[in-house]
Design a protein around this ligand. Structure first.
Ligand code: AMP
Ligand code: ZN
Length: 117
């Protein structure tokens, strides 16, 4: 079975598994994280199954850039722009990636420390 058929986020994108979708277009879907780490915790996920950053092809550059566009749009709509927000892509085991379908975390609503844990 291909990675796309077993991938949790592919199943959410295809509406086989429920999620609280807050935005979607032809390139990406944004939904609430099931285990939020902040008052706002949204995952912005490309429809294309790209496992991680190093799996990107030249053709994926606009797709990945589009994730930032969605994060900025959602943050503006939620009134988060002035206060700020954090965007995170965990890439690989040491970074804490658990779902190998690339995704951007959009976190806001509290103060975040640096360096991250
Ligand atoms: P990462 O650890 O960076 O790969 O992020 C994976 C994220 O997916 C975690 O923050 C999980 O809480 C989240 N997650 C796992 N399962 C689901 C689900 N069914 N719906 C929404 N978010 C999920
Ligand atoms: Zn996938």
């Amino acid at each position: 079975m291909s990675a796309e058929h077993t991938c949790l986020f592919c199943k959410i994108i295809e509406k086989q598994i429920p999620a609280k979708v807050v935005y979607e277009d032809d390139i990406a879907v944004a939904f609430e994280d099931v285990n939020p780490q902040a008052p706002v915790h949204i995952l912005v996920v490309p429809r294309k199954h790209i496992p991680d950053i190093q799996s990107m092809t030249d053709a994926d550059r606009e797709t990945i850039g589009h994730l930032f566009w969605i994060a900025a749009k959602l943050a503006a709509e939620m009134g988060l722009t002035n206060r700020g927000y954090r965007t995170v892509i965990n890439n690989g085991p040491d970074a804490g990636q658990t779902v190998f379908h690339i995704h951007m975390h959009l976190l806001s609503g509290r103060t975040f420390s640096w360096p991250p844990g």
